[in-house]
Ligand binder design. Structure first.
Ligand code: NCD
Ligand code: ZN
Length: 344
């Protein structure tokens, strides 16, 4: 069996910087035509100049055929800052991180009542808001507790497109259906795994991310929505490479690395459910409809020939353990693609 996917887009991607960028970015560019790039570098990308410079470094790492839609880390930017950002054609939106809830989010938002001016300008300019939706509560309840914030944002700013990033629960899906200005992304790991996979047996650091994978009924609800072609649910891998030494240590960093084979794994998932016809919308069509994206033309042919996930991705002095390291997945890209060296 084969399927051709036109211009796949990853709606939530961490590309990092320096050596890790040089390792990770080409691996995304092998199968994706473009991605929405997260701004949580250290220091975070908060203004137009830093964003343009970062986009140039991404371009240098993966070439002109991969389009990075750039985001700014939401602080208290006003009209002047947003106008400067908007003059850059790859500018996409602002990412809101509640302070301290995930990797490199220390400079995020502490009080939601203090960002009204920024949100009002974004609404006026038609700039989307992307949100890491977690409270600081008990880890399994953080997304559910944050839903009240989404609800109030959706009501206060009806003209603002608000993306609930990497949703993990059935409750978030129900909220998505309540407000037309809400959209959502979902990752591969939240479609495939639950807390049992992460911590039910031997701990699997390569599956640890924020928000953590949830309950079986949440995973099932997310799968049903993705596989049935929910028009406001988009694929965002949240692929977030961390050096192996920061994952397999005391104090495992949050982030799952999936970019090199995310599309192949999704094809397996959709094929298994008999829903391959909905994959194109999930990985590209919905984002094009919602945001009017025009990604570079790229055709990726996927086939049901098994692919062996390397134990480690290595290059430029970095090494990253991917999700499902050393395992086989049922689908692959039909022609081998050149890329960084992989071991194992
Ligand atoms: C991301 C990272 O490592 O940058 N980590 C993660 O667990 N998802 C940040 C994020 O998106 O939360
Ligand atoms: Zn992320």
């Amino acid at each position: 069996m084969q399927i051709a996917i036109e211009s796949p887009i990853d709606m939530h991607l961490h590309l990092r910087d320096n050596a890790m960028l040089r390792l990770a970015a080409p691996l995304s560019a092998e199968t994706f035509a473009g991605a929405v790039v997260m701004p949580n570098l250290l220091p975070p990308v908060t203004d137009a100049a830093a964003m343009e410079a970062y986009a140039r470094r991404i371009g240098a790492a993966c070439g002109p055929d991969f389009r990075p839609w750039m985001t700014l880390f939401l602080k208290d930017q006003g009209e002047r800052e947003l106008l400067a950002a908007r003059s850059f054609s790859n500018f996409f939106g602002l990412k809101l991180y509640p302070a301290g809830v995930t990797t490199n989010s220390g400079g995020g938002v502490l009080r939601f009542d203090r960002i009204g001016r920024t949100l009002a300008v974004m609404q006026e300019m038609g700039v989307p808001l992307l949100v890491h939706g977690e409270s600081r509560g008990f880890v399994m309840d953080r997304e559910r507790e944050f839903l009240a914030v989404y609800r109030s944002l959706a009501e206060q700013y009806p003209g603002l497109t608000i993306s609930m990033e990497h949703i993990t629960t059935a409750a978030a899906l129900r909220l998505l259906d309540e407000y037309e200005n809400l959209v959502a992304t979902v990752t591969l790991q939240h479609l495939l795994f639950t807390l049992d996979d992460l911590a039910g047996g031997l701990l699997r650091p390569e599956l640890f991310c924020k928000p953590v994978v949830k309950r079986p009924e949440d995973r099932e609800a997310l799968c049903e929505a993705a596989l049935n072609g929910h028009p406001r649910l988009m694929f965002g891998s949240d692929s977030a490479p961390h050096p192996r030494s920061n994952k397999e240590c005391l104090g495992c960093a949050a982030g799952v690395f999936t970019a090199p084979f995310a599309l192949q794994r999704l094809a397996g998932l959709f094929a298994e459910a008999g829903r391959l016809e909905n994959l194109q919308a999930f990985v590209s069509g919905n984002a094009r409809c919602i945001y009017g994206f025009a990604p570079p033309v790229k055709r990726v042919v996927l086939t049901d020939v098994p692919f062996h996930i390397p134990a480690l991705y290595r290059g430029f002095g970095e090494s990253v353990v991917p999700m499902g390291a050393g395992e086989w997945i049922p689908w692959s890209v039909s022609a081998p693609l050149p890329g960084a060296s992989a071991c194992g």
